[in-house]
Design a binder for this molecule. Structure first.
Ligand SMILES: [Zn+2]
Ligand SMILES: [Zn+2]
Ligand SMILES: [Zn+2]
Length: 169
């Protein structure tokens, strides 16, 4: 099963991504009986404004602008931690940046396809990969606790663009 990556990397109604993400987040919060504060929701919104991962420093700047008051780094980090713990966002280690999760509260692969040209990142659910990694770990007597797979390459839009320029030469 492969979900979401084609959609993310192609022109789409992104407003629907945002509203779906916020609905999922609010549902999850009421289910877990935790509070979605303005700061937390704003950070989630900022992370969903596009499919580009954002670093904490960028988030801090944008959050201060959005809420129209200076926001201290600990406030940003607390909101990030909250969202990470609920599985609403992920940290992409090599970029040291965060991205909204399209399927929170479900077991999934933490597999990201990151475009090295435009920087957009698509999270992909791929069941076979999980069982492969599990069996590789089992064979090595390794207790697998978490995983994060980062694939770098060109998204459909950027590779199309590249073909266009290749043809012109
Ligand atoms: Zn979108
Ligand atoms: Zn995810
Ligand atoms: Zn791209």
């Amino acid at each position: 099963m492969l979900t979401n990556s084609r959609l993310v990397h192609q022109p789409h109604d992104h407003g629907r991504c945002i509203s779906a993400a916020l609905t999922r987040a609010n549902d999850l919060c009421s289910e877990q009986k935790v509070r979605m504060t303005t700061t937390r929701e704003s950070v989630l919104r900022l992370l969903w404004q596009s499919h580009q991962p954002l670093g904490a420093y960028q988030l801090q700047g944008q959050l201060s602008e959005l809420l129209n008051k200076p926001i201290a780094p600990p406030t940003v980090y607390r909101a990030i931690d909250f969202l990470l713990q609920l599985g609403l966002i992920h940290r992409i280690p090599s970029l040291n940046a965060y991205i909204g999760c399209p399927f929170p509260n479900s077991e999934h692969s933490n597999l990201f396809m990151i475009c090295s040209q435009c920087g957009s990142a698509a999270e992909v659910a791929h069941n076979t990969i999980n069982s492969m990694l599990q069996s590789a770990s089992d064979k090595a007597n390794f207790t697998l606790q978490s995983q994060c797979l980062e694939l770098f390459g060109l998204c459909p839009q950027c590779s199309e663009h590249r073909e266009d320029t290749d043809n012109e030469q």
